[in-house]
Design a protein around this ligand. Structure first.
Ligand SMILES: Nc1ncnc2c1ncn2[C@@H]1O[C@H](COP(=O)(O)OP(=O)(O)O)[C@@H](O)[C@H]1O
Ligand SMILES: [Mg+2]
Length: 327
C-alpha cells in the first residue's frame, strides 16, 4: 500500500454556531486520486478550505480535529497546529495547492495572463521576471496551451476550457505535491470536461502529484479516482475504492447518487432524482441525516446517528450494515 500523505481526523467545522462538518475523517495516499463526492452544500469546499486553512473568520474548527500532513515522507505535522507564518511559508501553494470552485471568472479581466503569473510569483517573493515567464511558459505548455499567445492574452480572449487550463497552470506554479481540485469542470461543456480530466491525469504523472478531486457529479470520477468518499450533510457516509463505489455501492445515498446519473444509450431509463431536499444544517433531523430521503429507513434510523464503521472493503455509516456487523 502506498504511504500516507494526508490524514484528516475528526474534522468539525462550525460557521457561527452552525455545525457543518461532523467528525470528517479520511486518508489520502501519495500518488492517488481521492474523490470527495456529494450534493451541493454538503460541506466539500469547507473540507478543502479547512485543509488549506483559508476558512472565513466566522468559521471555527473543533478542538479535537487534526489534519496530519506527511511532508517528504517524514513524521507528520498537524497542519491545524502550525503557526500561520510557517504554514504560509512552507505549506500553502508550495506543498498544497488548490484550483478553486467557480474561479473561471475570478481571473482579473484587466490584466494579461502573463501578469497573473507575475502577481502569483510576487506574492511568494519571486521577482525575477525572466524566471517567472520561463516557468509560466513551461506550465502553459504542460497544460497544452499555446504559451506565447496565451501569455499575451486577456482572460476575455480565452474560452472557458482555456481559462481552466490557465488556472491549473497557476496552481502548479510553486511545484506543489498535493492539489485540491474543487469542481474543476463544473462550468464547462461535456467535451471540455473530458479534455480537462484527461489533462489532469497527464499532469499527475508528469509532476508526480496527489489529488483530492471534489465534485457533486459522481459520474465524473469513474475514470480518474482511485478511492471515493461520499459525503452527506457534512459526514463521510461511505468510502471505498472507485470499483466498489460504482459496481457494489451499499449506502442508500450512494445508490441514489448513482441512479441520478444518466445512462448513455439507455433511453428507456431516465435518471432518477433523489427525492426530498438536501439536508439543511440549521435543522438537521435526529438520527441519520439521510433518513427523511431514504427508502430503507427504519425506526433506529430516526433515532440514532449511525457511526462510520469499517466493513473491510469499505467504510460505511448506515444502520443496515451496522446491524450486520453486530450479529
Ligand atoms: N462563509 C460561510 N458562512 C456561513 N455558512 C457557510 C459559509 N460557507 C459555506 N457555508 C455553509 O456550509 C455548508 C457547506 O457548504 P460548502 O462547504 O460550500 O458545500 P459544498 O462545497 O459541498 O457545496 C452550506 O450549508 C453552506 O451554506
Ligand atoms: Mg463547493
Amino acid at each position: 500500500m502506498r504511504e500516507p500523505l494526508l490524514k484528516v481526523r475528526n474534522l468539525d467545522v462550525y460557521y457561527y454556531n452552525i455545525r457543518v462538518l461532523h467528525r470528517v475523517g479520511f486518508e489520502i495516499r501519495r500518488g492517488e486520486v481521492y474523490a470527495l463526492v456529494g450534493e451541493s452544500g454538503c460541506g466539500k469546499t469547507t473540507t478543502a478550505n479547512a485543509i488549506l486553512r483559508i476558512l472565513p473568520e466566522i468559521a471555527r474548527i473543533g478542538n479535537e480535529s487534526s489534519i496530519l500532513y506527511y511532508k517528504d515522507g517524514r513524521d507528520p505535522v498537524d497542519l491545524l497546529k502550525l503557526p500561520e507564518d510557517e504554514f504560509s511559508r512552507d505549506i500553502r501553494w508550495k506543498e498544497i495547492s488548490m484550483v478553486f470552485q467557480g474561479a473561471l471568472n475570478a481571473l482579473n479581466p484587466t490584466i494579461k495572463i502573463k501578469a497573473h503569473f507575475l502577481e502569483t510569483a510576487k506574492a511568494h517573493g519571486i521577482r525575477d521576471k525572466k524566471e517567472v515567464y520561463k516557468r509560466a511558459y513551461e506550465l502553459l505548455s504542460a497544460v497544452k496551451l499555446e504559451a506565447d499567445r496565451v501569455l499575451e492574452s486577456y482572460p476575455i480572449e480565452l474560452s472557458g476550457g482555456m481559462k481552466q487550463r490557465v488556472l491549473i497552470a497557476l496552481a502548479l506554479f510553486l511545484n506543489p505535491k498535493f492539489v485540491i481540485l474543487d469542481e474543476p469542470t463544473t462550468a464547462l461543456d461535456v467535451l471540455t470536461q473530458r479534455e480537462i480530466l484527461f489533462l489532469l491525469k497527464e499532469l499527475k504523472e508528469k509532476f508526480d502529484l496527489t489529488y483530492m478531486l471534489i465534485t457533486h457529479d459522481i459520474a465524473l470520477v469513474a475514470d480518474i479516482a482511485d478511492r471515493v468518499g461520499i459525503m452527506y450533510a457534512g459526514r463521510i457516509v461511505e468510502e471505498s475504492s472507485v470499483e466498489k463505489i460504482f459496481y457494489d455501492p451499499k449506502h442508500p445515498y450512494t445508490i441514489a447518487l448513482l441512479r441520478s446519473v444518466p445512462q448513455i444509450g439507455d433511453f428507456k431509463r431516465l435518471p432518477e432524482g433523489i427525492p426530498g431536499e438536501p439536508a439543511d444544517f440549521r435543522k438537521l433531523p435526529p438520527g441519520c441525516p439521510f433518513h427523511p430521503r431514504c427508502p430503507e429507513a427504519t425506526e433506529i434510523c430516526r433515532q440514532k446517528v449511525p457511526p462510520l464503521i469499517d466493513l473491510g472493503d469499505r467504510k460505511i455509516a448506515c444502520h443496515l450494515y451496522a446491524k450486520e456487523k453486530v450479529s
